[in-house]
Design a protein around this ligand. Sequence first.
Ligand SMILES: *Cc1c(COP(=O)(O)O)cnc(C)c1O
Length: 392
Amino acid sequence: MSKIDTKFVTAGRKKEWTSGIVNPPVYRASTCIFETYQDLQEGLKNPSAKKLFYGRKGTPTQWALTEAITELEGGEGTILYPSGMAAIAGAVLALVKQGDHILIPDSAYDPTRHFANTFLKKMGVESSFYSPRAGADIETYLQPNTSVILMESPGSLTFEIQDIPAIVSAAKERGIKTVVDNTWATPLFLNPLALGVDISVQACTKYICGHSDVMLGSATANKATFPALQYGSYELGQTASADDAYLALRGLRTMGVRLRQHQEGALTVARWLESHDMVHAVNHPALESSPDHALWKRDFKGSTGLFSFVLKKGKEADSGALVDNLKYFKMGFSWGGYESLILPSNPSNARSVNTWQAPGPLYRVHIGLEDTDDLIRDLSEGLERFREQSNW
Ligand SMILES: *Cc1c(COP(=O)(O)O)cnc(C)c1O
């Protein structure tokens, strides 16, 4: 078994798909040609085999990517989706039926919460939310019809780490399926399937693609769950383009080095923020001050570039003073590219179990690959502008 950095380089690079070059070509296809009547009959017999059949079922470009992600996440197989959100929706829809109930962490990615509260509700699937720090107390949230527990660790905006093994253990006892949104850690730093989770979802849009130019999602399932996931994606007609799969493969090859640089930069900036006199708290599980540090250390092999910080006082409405004239930090939603980002965010808009309480505004930051001296100077100047604006 090769180590993960070797896998980033070798995974999915099959000779019959690359035809003697390093990367698989971009095979764009709708129609695939059957040479003989017998070829057609064989194709019809087993359309999910990794043989050209119809564009929607993929070409060697998509297969190279799904094999690579499967090798990295572990598990039986991977399905691609046109976005991370489609991967979450696809995984859930593959596992639920009318009358079921699903559990979602209070710190879930907001569009996931919205999908549950609107679309799933309309389909007759009930959702409720649980405290992301519930751990074994997940039992108190279960209902007789609970069929899926969703996890996201760390949580969006507030970065709580979940006790995945404790939740998986409660779920397994009752035949409940578990799904983890593993976008933050990526398979480099967390392997949910090795912890007993049934499906691990990646918004490949973020670190796998890594260059802020692709929308793509994946879901990787264990042996027992993969057939349902695959069936769901076929029925819903899910597909991802060969061009996007190619860009994801290209991003994946350098993910190990990129993520370690994001990790180091984020820790440097987080520690600097922690010691800043205007900062109330830094939400980053790899900091010793994090209430989840021990749990993070037990299950994760590292941390990435996204975290948040809260000011000691001030109003979010004054945020323009901080963010408008930053040189390197730009405002935008999708993180995971090479560039640094900052986003004023209010978690209370997306919480129903734990009310969000903070003395000042919260900023989510993504630390890109720039030199941290420049990033710290940029933030420092922004914070001084905010201090002045708010008569600190
Ligand atoms: C961005 C993100 C998604 C959604 O991915 P898209 O490709 O933008 O649809 C899902 N989960 C998390 C944790 C994310 O950060």
